[in-house]
Design a protein around this ligand. Structure first.
Ligand code: 13P
Ligand code: SF4
Length: 320
């Protein structure tokens, strides 16, 4: 629409005049992803967002995603300003893992190495030995397991169970989940497979084990996008947030993408494969963050940030 076009143009001009760069996640609205691409920012998974934010020369980062992504950017570049379209964009994994309770859980098992998913608060990261994202979690747990380490894993129990099954590592789990992926249903997926017998099934490992077990490819957002481009199938059933379709379709325009069904048997879906917090990153909110950053800027207390930087850097160095 005309409104959308003029907002996009305003944002482009503001990014330029503010010397700011836009870093967006694959789950944000396609219009935000396109804007990041057109303005020299980046659209990527959580690991690449962290790396891009750290390595980019711009003094000001605008992070379109959820709060932990903004916090990670700030922790890795304390000298940069980091704003977000809204600080209300949280994540059910972060909400389900309060720092105090998690820390007490860790205290009860001092012999274990603490590995936390990136989808956590700065305070939870500050209690961890390692941070991982879904694209590197398997390799890092394999590495720790080969050193004979016993692990505390938090907060995503589905991702944890998947990694545990792949590696056989000794992992004590926190009981959290992503409300978006938790809604995919194996029973409903079975029906979809029946309707599309030649489709390959792509699944993000935040999904329940019964869904993961039906996958032809399991991986982080960037890994699923790669699978969609590289696999010879013409049809794909995709079990992750629908925002990912933008990049999949861009890289593989001739392929047919089918959204995996959420919730089985007559139940109505709640998130419907669209993260409500990712969806808060609208154009208007983004424009406002560039004009009036007050209330939209990320701050992480410096002692906490220093402590949280250690496990984050371990991950980035391991991935390098
Ligand atoms: P990745 O992009 O790292 O796969 O993360 C998925 C996610 O749920 C982010 O919120
Ligand atoms: Fe959190 Fe799930 Fe939303 Fe990602 S998709 S931000 S894991 S609730």
């Amino acid at each position: 629409s005309q409104d959308e076009k003029s907002l996009v143009n305003d944002i482009k001009a503001l990014l330029l005049s503010n010397n700011a760069v836009l870093v967006a996640h694959y789950y944000t609205d396609p219009v935000i992803q396109a804007l990041a691409e057109e303005t020299g920012g980046c659209v990527s998974d959580s690991l690449e967002m962290a790396r891009f934010g750290r390595d980019n020369k711009a003094q000001h980062l605008v992070v379109a995603g959820v709060k932990f992504m903004g916090e990670t950017a700030k922790i890795l570049s304390p000298e940069k300003t980091v704003v977000m379209p809204t600080l209300e964009a949280t994540c059910s994994l972060d909400l389900g893992c309060p720092a105090k309770e998690f820390s007490e859980f860790c205290d009860q098992h001092p012999d274990r190495t603490v590995v936390v998913y990136a989808n956590t608060s700065a305070a939870v990261k500050a209690r961890a030995d390692w941070v991982v994202t879904s694209s590197i979690a398997l390799e890092i747990i394999e590495h720790l397991d080969s050193q004979g380490k016993k692990i505390i894993w938090g907060p995503d129990r589905h991702l944890g169970a998947y990694i545990q099954k792949q590696t056989g590592a000794d992992m004590l789990m926190w009981n959290g989940e992503c409300i978006v992926h938790d809604e995919f249903s194996a029973k409903a997926l079975q029906k979809a497979k029946h309707l599309h017998p030649n489709a390959a099934v792509l699944v993000h490992p935040e999904s329940p084990a019964s869904v993961v077990s039906m996958a032809d490819a399991v991986g982080s957002t960037s890994q699923l996008i790669k699978s969609c481009s590289e696999m010879s199938n013409e049809e794909f059933i995709v079990a992750t947030d629908k925002g990912i379709f933008y990049k999949m379709q861009q890289l593989a325009p001739n392929k047919t993408l089918i959204a995996a069904p959420t919730a089985g048997e007559g139940a109505t879906c709640k998130s419907c494969a669209n993260c409500p917090w990712m969806a808060m990153n609208g154009l208007q909110a983004l424009k406002e963050a560039l004009i009036q950053p007050q209330g939209k800027e990320i701050f992480v207390e410096s002692a906490l940030a220093e402590r949280a930087m250690m496990p984050l850097n371990r991950m980035l160095n391991f991935a390098a």
